[in-house]
Design a binder for this molecule. Structure first.
Ligand SMILES: [Fe+2]
Ligand SMILES: [Fe+2]
Length: 257
């Protein structure tokens, strides 16, 4: 009934309540606007055209072929320039490249830890497995950032990665606890870098980048910090002897929680 009433008023922008009442009409250029005033009634906005007026509601409707003209002028013609880049500032591009470097550095450090714990005279296979998987995970993070860089029309620029340590034994703590404390510090550092990336996104008004960092990285980073903190606490309890072997077995068989 409402629709029928709305269609019958040609070239008008009308507000109706569900009883189809309109108590007031306000002239709107060549159109009219009507308001139903029944209290607590839901109102429906209808825009119709027809009758003897076929003109668009200039200034109200989106005029794509007019508005796109300025965008058309900005479509790059040189092959070196990205076509998809839109609202993506240089600072964000640089910050993504920095984060790629952070992830690769952490991945490299974890790979070194894997190699250490996999030695025949160390032979903590659970820790070796944990750091091998962690290394792969950090590399995946780097790759995810590379995908994003390309998606936004930036250019991936890989930078140098630092040579990691190769010995991880510690006179007081032993190697397992020392390594896990190192991992905890690296994860916190990564979190700090991610927060910095998010800050760049917020500062430049890049909502898409901010959402990407939040949804793909920040939650997982907090989880990783919690998990590694628990490993540090458990290793502090067990000391350097049999307890470490037992902890390592839990990691190896996926029983550590
Ligand atoms: Fe990471
Ligand atoms: Fe991580």
């Amino acid at each position: 009934m409402i629709t029928k009433t709305a269609v019958s008023v040609s070239s008008s922008l009308s507000l109706f309540n569900f009883n189809g009442e309109h108590s007031r009409s306000v002239p709107f250029s060549t159109h009219s606007v009507s308001f139903g005033r029944k209290e607590n009634a839901t109102v429906v906005l209808c825009a119709t055209k027809g009758g003897n007026n076929n003109r668009a509601l200039t200034g109200v409707l989106f005029e794509p072929f007019e508005e796109v003209k300025k965008e058309l002028d900005l479509v790059p013609t040189v092959p070196q320039a990205s076509l998809c880049r839109h609202k993506y500032v240089d600072e964000s591009e640089a910050a993504i490249n920095e984060q790629i470097n952070v992830e690769y550095n952490v991945s490299y450090a974890y790979h070194a830890l894997f190699a250490y714990f996999d030695r025949d005279n160390v032979a903590l296979k659970g820790l070796a497995k944990f750091f091998k998987e962690s290394s792969a995970e950090e590399r995946n993070h780097a790759e995810k950032l590379m995908d994003y860089q390309n998606k936004r029309g930036g250019k991936v620029k890989l930078q140098s990665i630092v040579m990691p340590l190769s010995e991880f034994d510690h006179a007081d703590k032993g190697d397992a606890l020392h390594a896990m404390e190192l991992a905890l510090s690296l994860e916190k550092l990564t979190n700090e870098k991610l927060l910095n990336l998010h800050w760049v996104a917020s500062k430049t008004g890049d909502v898409h980048l901010a959402d990407f960092v939040e949804s793909e990285f920040l939650g997982e980073q907090v989880e990783a910090i919690k998990k590694i903190s628990e490993y540090v606490a458990q290793l502090r309890r067990v000391g350097k002897g049999y307890g470490v072997w037992h902890f390592d077995q839990m990691l190896l068989h996926g029983e550590a929680v």
